[in-house]
Design a protein around this ligand. Structure first.
Ligand code: AP5
Ligand code: MG
Length: 221
């Protein structure tokens, strides 16, 4: 029997572990991770006009306007590497984005397989994000306590330099959490109604969460 494409969404608050788990799923299932945060950080670093437009929103922890982020994501989704499946990490983040995505996926014949929602209490998220370090090369996430790189300041995967994201200051994190609760958490209900939602306890050990997500993915195939 042939396997279906894996068209996945990872949903969760800032620091829930979307990026950490997505990287592990990419390695195991060979489908690309499409992170709208990473795509926009790359635009900011390149100094493009889109980068200039999104910079201020990201620095304050606000959402980038729907029209802009939908265009960026749908363009990326047209890549040949997305034909056999993809993980959307950090998209959609509003009901309007979810509706635009749904229309695009239907018209492209790419039905959504499932939405994995990672549930983590706010108290745990602040400590995760203030001690996070990110790789400049491959955007892998590390944590100074929970997921230390083998060599300080150097990525285990690609030997890139590790840095702290500008929006990982306490003030901006608190705003990102508020934005999540106000604008993104309604998507849990949205996908529950579509019977596409699978929740995992994101307040567990990284390997346990990974194994739970793999079980969900294998149940979809
Ligand atoms: P984005 O880059 O997507 O940031 P985010 O959603 O705030 O999520 P994070 O990347 O901070 O967290 P994560 O869930 O990936 O956690 P991670 O695995 O790194 O977006 C940034 C900005 O871009 C937004 O604020 C907005 O301005 C804009 N934007 C992006 N998408 C948009 C959209 N669709 N619409 C509009 N605007 C958009 O893990 C976090 C830390 O915890 C790490 O240190 C990790 O090592 C550690 N960790 C992970 N799992 C565990 C665990 N189980 N136990 C202990 N520690 C753990
Ligand atoms: Mg991330």
């Amino acid at each position: 029997m042939s396997k279906r494409n894996l068209n996945l969404i990872f949903l969760g608050p800032p620091g829930a572990g979307k990026g950490t788990q997505a990287k592990m799923i990419v390695d195991k299932y060979s489908i690309p991770q499409l992170s709208t945060g990473d795509l926009m950080r790359a635009a900011v670093s390149s100094g493009s006009s889109i980068g200039d437009e999104v910079k201020g929103y990201m620095a304050s922890g606000a959402l980038v306007p729907d029209a802009l982020v939908v265009d960026i994501l749908l363009d990326r989704l047209s890549g040949d590497d997305c034909r056999d499946g993809f993980i959307l990490d950090g998209f959609p983040r509003t009901v309007a984005q979810a509706e635009s995505l749904e229309k695009a996926l239907v018209s492209r014949g790419m039905p959504l397989s499932g939405v994995v929602a990672m549930i983590v209490p706010d108290e745990a998220l602040l400590g995760r994000l203030t001690a996070r370090r990110i790789c400049r090369g491959c955007s892998a996430s590390y944590h100074l306590e929970f997921l230390k790189p083998k060599v300080d300041g150097v990525c285990d995967r690609c030997q890139g330099e590790l840095y702290q994201r500008k929006d990982d200051s306490e003030e901006v994190i608190l705003n990102r959490l508020k934005v999540y609760h106000d604008q993104t958490s309604p998507l849990i209900d949205f996908y529950q109604k579509q019977k596409k939602l699978y929740t995992v306890d994101g307040n567990n050990k990284i390997e346990m969460i990974f194994s739970e997500i793999c079980d969900i993915i294998d149940s979809l195939n």
